[in-house]
Write a protein that binds this ligand. Structure first.
Ligand SMILES: [Zn+2]
Length: 494
């Protein structure tokens, strides 16, 4: 169980089994919206500027399907092992909400574009296989901005329809997940696949990848399903896991007291670390679905599907296998490097620039990963870039600069940029590995530090580092540390 789990969770999970299913909505990376020519890249435009009569839901306008969005949905469905029926259609899902200008959302009801897929992944050494009920296509809604906290003090809200009509894919998972960890890992893997195949940017914070969870509890050993609760408003993997843990405890305690679980939608409130009741759950018949009369039925020929299949990019697991096979990386390194596609591309570019695979992996997983996190700049967009890092690693590997100098240069050039070779040349940072030159300095440091010398000769191993430090200081950090250690030990007879 994860650290920070709600108290009582482990005990309750011994008696109750959680049945969890996830619904993921992912915005597609198309140029235009689903049914009009407005840009699908709506972030940053002034409110309501990225709109037209179609996505504003004006009377008399007609939607036109976005071909790319259909292709991306099929690509996703194939990557998730789904079947693609030849015939599908769009339907109107009718409901009123201020962010939905037409009073209905164009979605897919009983004939989705794909069904019967699956996703499998390891959790704690065990393979989990989660069914994918369907992947279908719909349109996103606008967004509301509340003046204040919607639950407590909001007095007014404004609507922005820039997002209305952006192609939105819904990926419905089967209730095959049994623990919050499995749910989290399912999302991590699903997001990774969508980013790899280029259909979604995987941004949970901005909501281009978002998740709702259904969870019910049943006594262990029982085959009957309990009453399910839907959880919304989780915008990080951690939030999903915490919200599910919270619900297991909340529902478990109610069941322990013999109380009924209400079928409802609850919202995760990050600041409280709790879910709160939002509304009673709607049923499909509340939406009065009917076939969208303004769009023709969708026919996807076997030919089209096979073309999309043939164009599927490499999937994460295929890349992990290839990194091990072609570059000799360990399974662990290959998994870390391929977790984010940008890292995987950086790795391959470094190897392409002549850096040894193991060395490229170590740099990327170590200091580069830390700097990317701290500066929020992936290597590709950093000042150093792939070419700069390859040059820097080259200098270090050939012994032109020592480890500490390489690290200091990485820190400095990562943001501000610069050619490492030129910087090393201009500042005279080249490693001192000339034995004759170092010998003189070593002798001087030994003569100047009798206390450290006697400590070391008396058996205190750490005292040697004080002497190494003295040599480093004298060479402005440029000495070849391995050679300095060797020379000191020779002189001091240990
Ligand atoms: Zn529009």
């Amino acid at each position: 169980m994860s650290a920070g789990a709600v108290s009582g969770l482990t005990e309750l999970m011994q008696r109750y089994e959680a049945v969890i299913g996830l619904e993921v909505h992912g915005q597609l990376l198309t140029e235009s919206k689903m049914f009009c020519g407005c840009s699908a890249d709506y972030i940053g435009s002034p409110p309501n500027s990225n709109t037209c009569p179609v996505c504003l839901g004006m009377p008399g306008v007609l939607p036109v399907m976005n071909r790319k969005a259909i292709e991306y949905t099929v690509r996703t469905a194939l990557a998730l092992n789904c079947e693609i029926p030849e015939h599908s259609k769009f339907d109107r899902k009718n409901y009123f909400y201020p962010d939905l200008p037409k009073g209905y959302q164009i979605s897919q009801y009983d004939m989705p574009m794909s069904e019967h897929g699956w996703l499998s992944f390891p959790v704690d050494g065990e393979e989990v296989r989660c069914g994918i009920t369907r992947v279908h296509l719909e349109e996103d809604t606008g967004t509301l901005q509340h003046a204040g906290d919607i639950l407590q003090q909001a007095r007014s809200s404004v609507v922005d329809l820039n997002r209305a009509g952006v192609p939105l894919m819904e990926i419905v998972g089967e209730p095959d997940l049994r623990t919050p960890e499995q749910a989290r890992e399912y999302l991590v893997r699903l997001r990774q696949i969508l980013v790899y195949i280029g259909v979604n940017d995987g941004n949970l914070e901005q909501g281009s990848f978002r998740c709702d969870a259904n969870i019910s509890l049943r006594h262990r050993g029982s085959a009957e399903l309990g009453v399910k609760v839907e959880i919304k408003n989780m915008n990080s993997f951690r939030a999903v896991q915490r919200a599910l843990e919270y619900e297991i405890v909340r529902q478990g305690r109610l069941l322990d007291q013999g109380q009924a679980i209400a079928q409802e939608t609850r919202g995760w409130v990050e600041a409280k670390g709790a879910t709160i009741s939002q509304r009673s759950k709607e049923y499909a018949h509340d939406y009065r679905y009917f076939p969208e009369p303004d769009l023709p039925p969708l026919q996807l020929t076997a030919d089209f599907v096979e073309r999309v299949r043939a164009g599927l990019p490499e999937l994460p697991q295929q890349l992990v296998d290839r990194l091990q096979r072609d570059h000799g990386l360990s399974a662990y390194d290959a998994a870390v490097i391929s977790a984010e596609i940008e890292d995987a591309r950086a790795f391959e570019a470094l190897v392409g620039a002549g850096v040894a695979a193991k060395s490229a992996a170590n740099w990327l997983m170590g200091d580069v990963a830390r700097l990317a996190r701290e500066t929020r700049l992936p290597l590709q967009r950093s000042g150093l870039g792939i070419t700069g890092l390859a040059a820097l690693i080259g200098l270090a590997e050939r012994g032109r600069i020592n480890g500490p100098t390489a690290k200091a240069l990485l820190e400095e050039l990562y943001v501000q940029g610069g050619d490492p070779v030129a910087v090393v040349e201009a500042r005279g940072l080249g490693q001192v590995s000339d034995e004759a030159e170092l010998s003189g300095i070593v002798d001087r440091v030994i003569a100047d530090n009798p206390a450290a010398v006697s400590d070391f000769q008396g058996g205190k191993e750490q005292a040697l580092q004080r002497l190494v430090g003295g040599v480093m200081k004298a060479t402005r950090g440029r000495a070849d540390a391995r050679l300095v250690n060797q020379l000191l030990r020779e002189r001091l007879g240990r």
